[in-house]
Write a protein that binds this ligand. Structure first.
Ligand code: SF4
Length: 162
């Protein structure tokens, strides 16, 4: 075989190996784009803190049950778990509450989930929680009904309507 044929074969092998590497990089990049981690925040009622450990919310988050079933195949990060400041606090006058809100907005979560404790059997959600919902929705953050399952949550896992 003439020497230049051997050179051509070497060139073809190098080109094939290079294109295989480029192909791998493209596939890895596509996978990276598909696996974007979603940031989740949980908001609960301060009154629940007296008797609640948050374990049921965290179990639902970790096991993708309850309201978190909607993220079955997705990567999630629990970015914050926070409470309101109590029934006597007024959002506009409560610096601590405003600071909490500011921190959550800076995280810019994909969704804020409302614990069942924020929903009273007789009266529904209180004014404070309604204000939170509005601030999040006005900032383009989805607010989702519920964390763990409860008979009080017929719309569990559904976005709260504006
Ligand atoms: S303001 Fe609403 S969420 Fe906060 S403690 Fe009172 S009832 Fe619970």
């Amino acid at each position: 075989m003439p020497a230049f044929c051997g050179d051509i074969l070497i060139c073809i092998r190098v080109l094939l190996s290079l294109s295989a590497h480029v192909f791998c990089f493209v596939i890895l990049d596509m996978e990276k784009e598909e696996n974007i981690t979603k940031k989740i925040v949980i908001l609960t009622c301060l009154k629940s803190v007296d008797c609640c450990t948050g374990a049921a919310c965290l179990a639902a988050f970790n096991n993708r049950t309850g309201a978190f079933q909607r993220y079955q195949a997705e990567e999630l990060e629990l970015s914050a778990f926070f409470h309101c400041n109590g029934c006597n606090s007024v959002l506009e006058q409560d610096n601590g509450l405003l600071e909490k809100l500011d921190r959550i907005l800076k995280i810019h979560p994909d969704a804020v989930h409302l614990g069942v404790c924020t929903l009273k059997k007789e009266t529904g959600r209180c004014k404070t929680i309604e204000q939170f919902i509005k601030v999040f929705q006005d900032n383009g953050i989805a607010v989702i009904d519920g964390t763990h399952s409860s008979p009080r949550l017929p719309n569990i896992g559904m976005p709260i309507a504006k």
